[in-house]
Design a protein around this ligand. Structure first.
Ligand SMILES: [Zn+2]
Length: 91
């Protein structure tokens, strides 16, 4: 087991470095169940990442960024397409 500390806001026991945004505090205050809060957070994070990748894939497709890398997945993970877009826009 790694070290746990209680969140100063909601009192939920969290591990060192654990993802614990304010929305987790709100959820814990409601349900008082740390495991349930973690499960819900995982779902939230996963959905956000997927939506980001899908939006990104669409942009890449539109701009035909085929020169960027071997696989789409690798590009999105390293955010190369976003960098390339910024360069093209001169920002
Ligand atoms: Zn908290």
């Amino acid at each position: 087991m790694s070290e746990q500390t209680a969140c100063g806001e909601c009192g939920m026991l969290i591990e060192a470095g654990e993802y614990h945004p304010y929305i987790a505090c709100l959820a814990f205050k409601q349900c008082r169940d740390g495991d349930m809060v973690r499960v819900n957070l995982r779902g939230l994070r996963y959905r956000a990442q997927r939506e980001e990748r899908e939006a990104c894939a669409k942009v890449c497709e539109n701009l035909r960024f085929t020169e960027l890398g071997p696989t789409l997945e690798a590009k999105h993970q390293r955010n190369l397409c976003a960098q390339a877009i910024r360069q093209r826009e001169g920002a």
